[in-house]
Design a protein around this ligand. Structure first.
Ligand SMILES: [Zn+2]
Length: 92
């Protein structure tokens, strides 16, 4: 009998705490680094070929320095909207 199912094809060789912290601080202001961020939804107009798409994206505003920015969530939404538009209009 072969005992145990403890074999793993991988081992943990270490950790990278700074990478984890960077992920956790995803919502910090890129301008001043503070985390007092307010999110509002704004309709962004995106042109794709000859079509204008109106896409609701989250816009972040730092309450500390009033810096406004969009992050990867907005990019993802725009990507998804364009992909869906293409699916409905080009895959017929
Ligand atoms: Zn700021």
């Amino acid at each position: 009998m072969v005992g145990g199912t403890s074999f793993k094809p991988w081992t943990v060789t270490g950790s990278n705490p700074s990478a984890c912290i960077m992920n956790d601080n995803d919502d910090d202001c890129p301008n001043c680094g503070k985390s007092q961020i307010e999110t509002r939804t704004e309709t962004q107009t995106v042109q794709y070929k000859c079509t204008i798409l109106n896409i609701d994206i989250p816009v972040r505003k730092c309450l500390d320095c009033n810096f406004e920015y969009t992050d990867h969530e907005a990019e993802d939404l725009i990507d998804t909207a364009i992909r869906e538009w293409r699916f409905y209009h080009e895959n017929k």
